[in-house]
Design a protein around this ligand. Structure first.
Ligand code: SAM
Ligand code: SF4
Ligand code: SF4
Length: 372
């Protein structure tokens, strides 16, 4: 399989115009970035430039409406004909004028529990109501939307309920596997190996697959992916609200030793250092792809290269997960082959609906349709 990047269609950008938020969820990867916000002029530097071709932009990281210049940024994207999506806890979607919201190709509304009390307790605020309002608004305006769940050890058994809610609302369920946040000391929500595969089993038992870009799942269940291996840092890049450019939204740089949840101290030399900032991308996106972190994310573990016939599809699994676990050079922790375990027997039923969703091919994620 050809794993060379195909940037002819343009780059998919993930942009956090702000890391500020109206909620304070315990699992949030953008916590270390709170207080940072992009200016309109910085946004122009990202978008403009004769050597740039942009396929799409997803706005995420914080609640983007809290950036006072966010709507001007949306306006600029519209003028330039760039497809947009936004991931929101509901607040940004609720606050946007209907005419502006209609300019988005699709939107994502975060919901981690199908129960109101559990949702509000986890997200420490009136999250349920923000979600409800955003869903109603998207339905009224006939905007394509997904419910988005961060899959953790505290909510993976709720998958059937979340898929039921998605089916009831006539939307998709998008699932991101929880990633640890070493700089904020957030490790406790990680799925164990057994929980991961139980969660995957629940998703495929109760839902129909729209798209999957989690390499280890594609490799084990023989799913032909839209992008082989991990899409991060290949045809997509992220811009943090502090102006730093990263290959994966969860990726970190560090000049210091970081101690992980299991007590392992990962020395400073392990973590990437060199940074690319918005000002380096004024002419083209090329400097990002030449950066250390963009090269490191393409690491394929020796075991995978030498001993696995699924390496073309899998590439060693999600590199962000391996990196954050201090084990970039080892296969994905959810790989049964490396653990010498049986490959889980899970039947894949695909959705008949062909959907062109911005998230399908720009990070490791799974999108399902609930069954009615
Ligand atoms: C960081 S939030 C930003 C947008 C918005 N505030 C929201 O909650 O949807 C984007 C998505 O990332 C998810 N997320 C946050 N921290 C995560 C983590 N450590 N691992 C995986 N997903 C995470 C959230 O649940 C949400 O669906
Ligand atoms: S609502 Fe989104 S950005 Fe805000 S704390 Fe929760 S996950 Fe993070
Ligand atoms: S051995 Fe490596 S390439 Fe093969 S399936 Fe496991 S993680 Fe993927």
């Amino acid at each position: 399989m050809n794993c060379e990047p195909n940037r002819d269609n343009g780059i998919s950008l993930g942009i956090g115009s702000t890391a500020n938020c109206n909620l304070n969820c315990g699992h949030c990867y953008s916590r270390p970035l709170r207080g940072n916000t992009l200016t309109y002029s910085e946004f122009e530097d990202i978008i403009e430039g004769k050597n740039k071709k942009i396929h799409s932009i997803n706005f995420g990281t914080g609640e983007n409406i809290l950036n006072p210049e966010f709507l001007d940024m949306v306006d600029l994207c519209c003028k330039k004909g760039i497809r947009m999506s936004v991931t929101s806890n509901g607040y940004t979607i609720g606050q946007m004028d209907e005419a502006i919201l209609k300019r988005f190709n699709d939107v994502d509304i975060s919901l981690d529990f199908p129960d109101e009390i559990e949702q509000n307790t986890f997200r420490k605020g009136a999250s349920w109501n923000f979600v409800d309002e955003a869903i109603k608004k998207c339905q009224k305006l006939r905007i394509e939307f997904s419910i988005t769940t961060a899959l953790m050890n505290i909510n993976f058994k709720q998958i059937p309920g979340l898929l039921q809610r998605a089916a009831k609302e006539n939307c998709n369920l998008r699932v991101n596997i929880f990633k640890t946040v070493p700089k904020a000391g957030i490790f406790e929500f990680k799925l164990s190996y057994d929980q991961f595969w139980e969660a995957v089993g629940l998703l495929f038992t109760h839902g129909n697959l729209i798209s999957c870009s989690e390499p280890i799942i594609n490799a084990m269940l023989n799913i032909i992916p839209a992008v082989s291996q991990s899409p991060c840092g290949l045809e997509s890049l992220r811009i943090h609200p502090d102006g730093e450019v990263m290959p994966c939204v969860y990726w970190i740089n560090s000049n210091e030793t970081i101690t992980l949840g299991d007590g392992r101290a990962i020395p400073a030399e392990y973590w990437t250092k060199s940074t690319v900032h918005i000002e380096d991308l004024k002419e083209s996106f090329a400097p990002a792809y030449e950066n250390e972190s963009f090269k490191r994310i393409r690491t394929i573990p020796e075991f995978c290269r030498k001993q696995c016939d699924k390496v073309d599809v899998c590439g060693g699994g999600c590199a962000g997960r391996r990196y954050l676990n201090g084990l970039l050079d080892e296969p994905d922790e959810y790989c049964p082959i490396y653990r010498k375990l049986d490959i889980p027997k899970i039947e894949v039923i695909k959705s008949q609906d062909q959907k062109d969703l911005i998230h399908s091919s720009y990070l490791c994620t799974l999108i399902f349709q609930g069954r009615k």
